[in-house]
Design a protein around this ligand. Sequence first.
Ligand code: COA
Length: 185
Amino acid sequence: MSIAATSILQMPFRELAFRTLRPDDAVAYQRLRVKAITEKDRRFFYINPEEELSQSSGDWRAVCTETCDRAMFGAFVGDKLVGAMSATIWDSDATGKTAYFRAAYVLPEVRHTSITKTLCTMHDNWATEHGCEKAVYAIRSDNTCWIEKQIKNGAKIIADEPMRFADGTTAQTYWLERRLEKLRT
Ligand SMILES: CC(C)(COP(=O)(O)OP(=O)(O)OC[C@H]1O[C@@H](n2cnc3c(N)ncnc32)[C@H](O)[C@@H]1OP(=O)(O)O)[C@@H](O)C(=O)NCCC(=O)NCCS
């Protein structure tokens, strides 16, 4: 049974844990992702939800399996997955030195905490350890708060184009690029 939103916030801080997801996190990740791409925030994900929702359990396990070119990071309160984001080596850069940062989602009731910052640091550490020198990502232009936080953290807008989002709308979208810092401990 899932923990109610209010009780997540009441849990002691020591219950907060971060780690790279594993295949046995697939059901929890699927649950989190379904919420992300079917509820209010679906307008921020440039994916086809039907395609993603029709994935097999094996596909979800694969998404939660770290390989040499991708990993998914999760935040847990107790045993409940409350946030995740992924790092991928971007296949559009043949040098292999660019990370593609995507699928950032944190449950509304635990936003504006250190959770997102820690997940971003895990992403950057993984990417630098895998030889990346920069990260790219696409953010819908009206996701202004997230764009501002990325710019504050050193990202620059490098392009824009219309993209189709999970709510069926098409919106102007910024591509951002950020130089990756050396490994932080
Ligand atoms: C986007 C989302 C994950 C951000 O989470 P949040 O809890 O609302 O974010 P916060 O307000 O805590 O801000 C994130 C923090 O991480 C920091 N951060 C951002 N990028 C960072 C980076 N690359 N390295 C380190 N820290 C970073 C920010 O500066 C901020 O810290 P601050 O509050 O000290 O300034 C969350 O709002 C969400 O799930 N939104 C809906 C889905 C969505 O829009 N996803 C993005 C699709 S592109």
